[in-house]
Design a protein around this ligand. Sequence first.
Ligand SMILES: C[S@@+](CC[C@H](N)C(=O)[O-])C[C@H]1O[C@@H](n2cnc3c(N)ncnc32)[C@H](O)[C@@H]1O
Length: 471
Amino acid sequence: MNYFPAFFDLKDRPALIVGGGEAAARRLRLLQKAGARITVVAPRVGDEIGGAIEAGRVAAVRRGFVSGDVNGQAIVFAATGLPAVDERVAEAAHTAGLPVNVADHAGLSSFIVPAIVERDPLVIGISTGGAAPVLASRVREAIERLLPARLGRLADFADSFRTAVKATVPNAAARLRFWDRFFDGPVADQLLAGNDRGARDRMLTLVNGRAAAEPPRGGVAIVGAGPGDPDLLTLRALRLVQRADVVIYDKLVGSGVLDLARRDAERLYVGKSAGHHSKSQDEINALIAAQVQAGKRVVRLKGGDPFIFGRGGEELAYLRARGIAVEVVPGITAALGCAAAVGIPLTHRDHAQAVTLATGQGRDGAEPELDWATLARLDQTLVIYMGVGTAGRIAERLIEHGLDPATPVAVIENGTLPGQKALYGRLSGLGWLVRQSSITGPALIVIGRVAALAGAATPALDSEPARAIAV
Ligand SMILES: C[S@@+](CC[C@H](N)C(=O)[O-])C[C@H]1O[C@@H](n2cnc3c(N)ncnc32)[C@H](O)[C@@H]1O
């Protein structure tokens, strides 16, 4: 270790910044957060420091640095950008035995300022000992993504119950177990999800010991896994998947997403495909409820968004009816994922004033009963889910109801996944396009003028006669 990691308590302590520019302002921001009494020495200052001086938050000495400026300080920062001046500041601080940091000059500094992740009161400092500051900031970004925004709130919440917990759980080892259970349990979950009141009520029950005899209480979240690429998962989904005891997942959940679950988490497959159901919806509902009631943290993982053709609403209603609290985490639905993957803007000022998401499947795989006249309006984009088997008939109905047979279409298979394929054509040839391409993965159909804007689109214009729509 080149540097010893430590945190300074600078609350109400005198801190000196020499310099008035951007580097000095960065130090000023940090020192203000730490509650230091700050003095800035500089002949000229920039807007940010000037503002702080005017607001009376900072004392100013408007001249060049003299060695005596370090007297009485607890910590010193040099950030003038002038090597000779910074060197003099460092020397004066070293002579006075004060910790000193010189911006961008580790050699003159007795300490360095790490990259910081802040979830106040939780603060994480990251340092590569000056070897690779860019790497430190990459690590910082990675940690930023991992830690919930409300983690600081969680720390404050725990702090507000510290005395009460100490009084009710006097044994130190038992207290440790209590806090372990707290940070892993439903109170912390509720707080991180923004339900402060629910968390407080539950915590009071816990602290009052009434929960001690209760069986462990699980929780369930219905989570959108996005269209397949694990990078398209939301941060909330990632956290829940990583903490889950059980992941109950569908056919369309990519293996890359499942890999993010804990190694010891149970993975229960309940996938369905047209005409072949491994489990009925009733069985799936009952399975989820049973897992939660057994005290497990359950993530019900669904491809795309749970509320877009995902039957998430039915599962939510079933669980709520049994008094089970459910969190719902949205996911990127296939329409958005696929459109982005091929560069189709679903709305466009010139081409589409609305977008409609529709199912291509009626009951038992038959043609869907849709309001064809409304869907055939020219100024919108129509996105069809589950429409591979009925594509020809859908095209036929739309044309019958007035949609131009030359309307551009795109068929995107395995959107956002490594095996992604996209086909482009005209509405009149949609049935043929789908039939001849032997689609095996999930596929989405986009109908509308925007389909011609796809980055890679080379529409097979007029390549197929209208009779190809006959099925
Ligand atoms: C039962 S729906 C589920 C939709 C999902 N809840 C969503 O929001 O994307 C399944 C249909 O979504 C579409 N789909 C899902 N993932 C897809 C992908 N990666 N590429 C293309 N289409 C996809 C296909 O039309 C598939 O038949």
